[in-house]
Design a protein around this ligand. Structure first.
Ligand SMILES: [Zn+2]
Length: 467
């Protein structure tokens, strides 16, 4: 009897230990901000650090334009500091203990009170909310899915259209392509909420524009950030076995794939995948953009952090011929944003204000999706909290961003009258590889785990091809 009780206690202890151990902790991890490289030597030193210190997580890539943020584990602190000092790289400690900041944020995010913008929301809350919007507003809102993630979750989209017969310009929006950038799905859902409750002076935004929005494009990664690792960035595919899962979805698109700003080591955060469109999330997005290339006039893809409004292209230092117009619209949007709380954004091409990145959704949309106004928006903040933006900042970030989005929407309507938007895809995209099939979990897992944050009824299946 005693022995049996001992075994039970041991079992409980092991279970608790497993639960605790399954969540990655960041005790003693620090984030350093390294001052922007002042010359080629410093820039090369940063690249060397990135290449050789495999466990250092670059929250932003080395750049001559901006400071670089790096997260360092306790074991690597000393040698990283030594490397920085010996190469004359000036740095400061931006976050002293990452775990403490993660916990501060999580205390609130675990509260369950339905959809709101005081807390970060779980996938299920977001998806249920989208379905309820569609159920209560069938004349305007429709939900469906542009595909499935690697683990079988729906890539849920909501389409908002008041006057389908008018053939309005479409704004395509997605969020959460990088899992740890929690403010992004918060902003995309806020935009949906605003569009569903427009004030009379904003009614034109639904009268004259249609909206196709995927609030969480990387649902596997997003859930993983709540359950296992708050700072996970990539998808959750297993091309290279279980040791180094995931692909950077924003490097997986088939346009200048695998070039600047990527790393072919599958363990790294900017791994572009084994081949272009290896990831169903990227593949499905491109298919949708291509199939709707004559309707979608603007693409806004929300990331964090840095407060940047990025024009195409990410892969090159060359500017497109219509850069001036793209920049001017970005500046107008950023000005409207700033008027709300004074938040300052930089506007420009990635090579001018950030760093190069290739294989991105933004570039693909512009090149093959025929989307002239294709922007990557790096949301708040530009300072202290970075990916771990505290819940108090969610609502202000959403409110100011909404003002910028409105500027883009009204510009498209105006454009329609002036005929300024004359983009035509120069050439068809390379053929898509087949959409990778998602990993079908067994029935129990499907109900309890994956779809523990998901509907287990068949309605998800039924509306899978609506959009
Ligand atoms: Zn991102």
């Amino acid at each position: 009897m005693l022995k049996a009780r001992g075994l039970i206690l041991l079992g409980i202890a092991l279970t608790v230990a497993t639960i605790i151990a399954s969540e990655k902790r960041y005790s003693g991890y620090k984030v350093y901000t390294v001052k922007k490289a002042r010359n080629d030597t410093e820039y090369k030193a940063l690249l060397e650090l990135q290449k050789n210190f495999k466990k250092v997580d670059f929250w932003s890539d080395p750049s001559k334009r901006r400071p670089t943020d790096i997260m360092v584990s306790p074991e690597d602190l000393t040698k990283t500091e030594q490397f920085l000092s010996s190469h004359g790289l000036e740095y400061s400690v931006a976050i002293n203990d990452v775990q403490r900041v993660v916990e501060k944020e999580n205390v609130r995010s675990t509260r369950q009170s339905g959809m709101n913008w005081r807390d970060y929301q779980r996938l299920r809350t977001i998806h249920d909310w989208l379905d309820s919007l569609a159920a209560f507003n069938p004349q305007v809102a429709q939900t469906g899915s542009i595909g499935r993630s690697t683990e079988g979750r729906n890539l849920k989209m909501i389409k908002l259209s008041k006057n389908p017969e008018k053939k309005n310009p479409v704004i395509y929006i997605d969020g959460g392509i990088h899992a740890r950038e929690w403010i992004s799905p918060a902003v995309t859902t806020y935009i949906i909420g605003k569009l569903m409750s427009l004030s009379p002076q904003d009614a034109d935004l639904l009268e004259n524009v249609d909206w196709h929005i995927v609030p969480v494009l990387n649902p596997d990664g997003y859930e993983y950030t709540f359950n296992e690792d708050r700072l996970w960035r990539k998808s959750r595919s297993l091309h290279n076995g279980p040791n180094c899962p995931g692909v950077d979805l924003n490097r997986n698109f088939d346009f200048h794939w695998g070039e600047a700003g990527t790393n072919d080591d599958p363990c790294r955060n900017t791994y572009p995948g084994p081949y272009p469109f290896s990831e169903p999330e990227a593949n499905s997005t491109a298919s949708y953009l291509f199939n709707n290339r004559n309707k979608i006039r603007a693409y806004l893809t929300f990331h964090s952090y840095s407060q940047l409004w990025l024009t195409p292209y990410g892969y090159t230092e060359d500017l497109p011929s219509d850069y001036e117009e793209l920049e001017s619209l970005g500046l107008r949007a950023a000005r409207a944003l700033q008027e709300v709380y004074g938040t300052e954004y930089e506007v420009g091409a990635p090579s001018h204000i950030l760093y190069l990145y290739s294989g991105s959704s933004q570039d693909w949309a512009r090149e093959y999706g025929n989307v002239k106004y294709s922007y990557t928006i790096e949301l708040r903040d530009d300072g202290d909290e970075k990916f771990l933006l505290s819940p108090e900042n969610i609502l202000p970030t959403c409110e100011e961003t909404w003002e910028a989005v409105k500027v883009v929407a009204r510009y498209l309507v105006e454009n329609r009258k002036t005929g300024k938007d004359t983009t035509a895809a120069k050439r068809p995209p390379p053929p898509f590889p087949p959409v990778p099939t998602y990993i079908k979990k067994n029935k129990d897992e499907e109900n309890a785990d994956i779809d523990g944050n998901y509907d287990s009824d068949s309605s998800e299946e039924e509306d899978a091809d609506v959009v």
